[in-house]
Design a protein around this ligand. Structure first.
Ligand code: SF4
Length: 374
């Protein structure tokens, strides 16, 4: 008697917004090596910096919500303790930084993030980090009977909303808050109870006005797209937020290079960059540093103002962002299938990277044909 072999059950593809889609958009081939072959993503100190600052902020937020620590500002001892704990955790994941200067910068950024930003945001946070998920169709499957090389019609998308704020215009903790001013400037403050999604980025605020054609093709404004995808994922299990706030944490402790760029933007009066009022002390400080003087920190109001980027959430904007998401998931599947068919990795995966910085820190650069001539 012959017994038939049970077919192996194929699971629906699951894509993580950060680990899959965002990394694929950065470079398809790098994503392939890191995700499937488990090659470490990169040896860049930026990876450590990003993880360190975000993890410290998240831990601080959790400790405040659990009542283990008071609302910020915290003293240096409390912040040092938190930083040491996060450093030790990252070490267990082999994410280390050997540069003392980077360590110092990161701790200053964490101090600014907790004491300047935390004082504004922590009292308003109602939930987070919040896992969210939703189901999507692969693009071509919505057509009538299109044939394709994947047995699956749809995929699951997962993500994590770092924090959710809940408040209304009458909320006392919002009085004179830079967040209220930023939302008001976009006409997004109302007397009714509203939910706002917060996403943190360990980067400086991008100057979209200056972005190159290459960067535009590489979806340089991925922060906008990511915030809208998170809003859509949240809308699958709760009321959609009225707005998303992307917080650029590096703006709370800007680097010397960022201040130089800001000075140049002041000079050019770039339309995209949030410039200080020409008569304000911040504008005077930026001009003073131009003449080689030591720069004292910009005012915390102005730094917060630059850190908050408001993205209005509408159905149309979410649908547009989800179209990019569906196409990206489809591109990953196509590359996977090409690899299975051809048995070759290098020719099967897209090398869609346009950034020399990404290539220079990539672990695959020694054998990647895309690295030469960059
Ligand atoms: S070296 Fe550059 S093109 Fe090649 S895999 Fe790495 S990031 Fe992609």
């Amino acid at each position: 008697m012959s017994i038939s072999v049970r077919k192996s059950q194929q699971l629906q593809p699951v894509f993580s917004l950060t680990a899959d889609l965002q990394n694929f958009l950065q470079c398809g081939l790098q994503y392939r090596y890191a995700r499937n072959s488990q090659l470490p993503w990169s040896d860049s100190p930026q990876l450590w910096f990003g993880r360190f600052v975000c993890d410290c902020l998240q831990q601080a937020q959790l400790q405040v919500r659990q009542g283990l620590q008071p609302q910020p500002p915290w003293d240096s001892g409390q912040i040092e303790q938190l930083c040491d704990m996060v450093t030790a955790r990252l070490q267990t994941e082999q994410i280390v930084c050997r540069s003392r200067t980077k360590h110092q910068n990161a701790r200053q950024c964490v101090t600014a993030a907790i004491n300047t930003l935390g004082a504004v945001l922590f009292p308003l946070i109602s939930a987070g980090p919040l896992p969210v998920s939703g189901s999507r169709w692969f693009p071509a499957m919505t057509g009538s009977g299109t044939t394709r090389d994947t047995p699956f019609a749809h995929f699951f998308l997962t993500g994590t909303v770092p924090a959710l704020l809940q408040f209304s215009a009458t909320d006392r903790s919002l009085l004179n808050s830079p967040l209220r001013q930023a939302l008001q400037a976009h006409g997004l403050m109302s007397d009714e109870h509203q939910t706002v999604l917060v996403d943190f980025k360990t980067a400086h605020r991008p100057d979209l006005h200056r972005r190159t054609r290459h960067a535009a093709a590489a979806n340089a404004d991925s922060d906008h797209w990511r915030a809208l995808v998170l809003a859509w994922l949240l809308s699958q299990q709760a009321e959609p937020p009225t707005a998303a706030v992307v917080v650029y944490l590096r703006e709370l402790w800007p680097s010397a290079a960022a201040l130089r760029r800001l000075r140049e933007a002041c000079f050019r009066r770039t339309p995209d960059v949030l410039l200080p009022n020409p008569d304000s002390p911040d504008a005077a400080l930026l001009n003073a540093s131009h003449h080689g003087q030591q720069l004292t920190p910009l005012s915390s109001e102005y730094r917060l103002h630059r850190a908050f980027r408001i993205i209005p959430v509408t159905q149309a904007a979410m649908q547009a962002a989800m179209q990019t998401t569906d196409h990206t998931a489809d591109r990953i599947r196509t590359c996977q299938n090409q690899e299975i068919r051809s048995g070759r990795i290098l020719s099967a995966w897209e090398r869609n990277n346009h950034s020399q910085v990404t290539c220079a820190a990539c672990r695959a650069r020694t054998w990647c044909p895309g690295f030469h001539g960059k």
